[in-house]
Ligand binder design. Structure first.
Ligand code: SF4
Ligand code: SF4
Ligand code: SF4
Length: 306
């Protein structure tokens, strides 16, 4: 592929001509902050945290959607770009619970990471705030709408697999929030608990309920494993504390891998030393189940006389 020459933060480099600024910067180890960007999803340039200064351009440009052009000179941390980033973070934190001390996402939360990096504090402006809305109705998904930064990654991820399309944006302006179907509770929605959306959420708005309260990120080590239930071979990680597996978590759903509850539960049962009872949906309600039921093995085992 043809390459072109660009300069980023004073460093000249050659990159493939179809790269965006964020991809080019990554080539030289510059991680431009971004909340809505994911290399596996459509680029929407919604959060604007990734704005950078391009020589000769009148406005700041979103690094995730702007293609590079020959001779482009980019500054990712110019005064103007940093000030804009800080103001966006301030606005997000104005409408965010000051929960980092107890939040399970602390330590791997992008909002927390950027707030630290740019020294932005909670609630620097006055004004109305979004009300907390925790939805624990799905035993696999902990949803806390008050932590949502409306990046839309969950929506784009859920919509990537045929037949899902559960999540979307509801209402407008200040009232905008992510809805499941017609603003249903998760348990009452058509969600299949695949956890694709949890794997991409940059903050603690969507979390794996089975990992909650078990360990802090800095006490946790991980090990990658592959599901062997079907040919997709989805990626999971074992979360360990003191060398013991305490939970299994879905990893980013790349290359169209669907992730599915059955696969996750089978990895959970195989490796987890503190495995929790599984739940299945019956007549639209989650109920505790046996492992045979949850893994769909009932008929097979009875044929084998087990
Ligand atoms: S989502 Fe992030 S910023 Fe918000 S409380 Fe949790 S760790 Fe803190
Ligand atoms: S768990 Fe899967 S089906 Fe449910 S909302 Fe998330 S991505 Fe969609
Ligand atoms: S729930 Fe998470 S992934 Fe979805 S829009 Fe909110 S912050 Fe983004």
């Amino acid at each position: 592929m043809k390459t072109i020459s660009v300069t980023i933060n004073g460093k000249k480099l050659q990159v493939p001509e179809n790269y965006t600024i964020i991809e080019a910067a990554k080539e030289i180890g510059i991680d431009i902050p971004a909340l809505c960007y994911d290399p596996n999803l459509d680029k929407v340039g919604a959060c604007r945290i990734c704005v950078v200064e391009v020589e000769g351009a009148r406005n700041l440009m979103a690094a995730c959607t702007t293609p590079i052009t020959e001779g482009m000179v980019i500054s990712t941390e110019s005064k103007n770009a940093v000030e804009t980033r800080k103001e966006i973070l301030r606005l997000l934190l104005d409408n965010h619970p000051n929960d980092c001390l107890v939040c399970n996402k602390a330590g791997e939360c992008k909002l927390q990471e950027y707030a630290f990096k740019y020294d932005v504090k909670f609630r620097q402006h006055d004004g109305e705030r979004r009300q907390a809305k925790v939805d624990n109705t799905n035993p696999y998904i902990h949803r806390d709408d008050s932590k949502c930064v409306l990046c839309g990654k969950c929506v784009r991820t859920c919509n990537k697999v045929e037949d899902r399309k559960v999540l979307s944006f509801g209402e407008r302006g200040f009232e905008t929030h992510i809805v499941a179907d017609y603003d249903n509770l998760m348990a009452d929605s058509s969600c299949v608990s695949c956890a694709r959306c949890l794997a991409v959420c940059p903050v603690g708005a969507l979390m794996d309920a089975r990992t909650m309260g078990k360990a802090r990120v800095w006490e946790t080590t991980t090990e990658d494993v592959k599901c062997t239930v079907c040919e997709y071979g989805c990626d999971f990680e074992l979360l360990k504390k003191n060398g013991k597996v305490y939970a299994v978590r879905a990893k980013s759903p790349v290359e169209g891998r669907p992730l599915c509850l059955k696969g996750r539960l089978s990895v959970d049962l195989t490796y987890n030393e503190e495995v929790q009872v599984p739940y299945v949906k019956k007549d639209g309600k989650f109920v505790e189940a046996t492992w045979e039921e949850a893994l769909g093995l009932g008929k097979l085992l009875s044929k084998l006389g087990k």
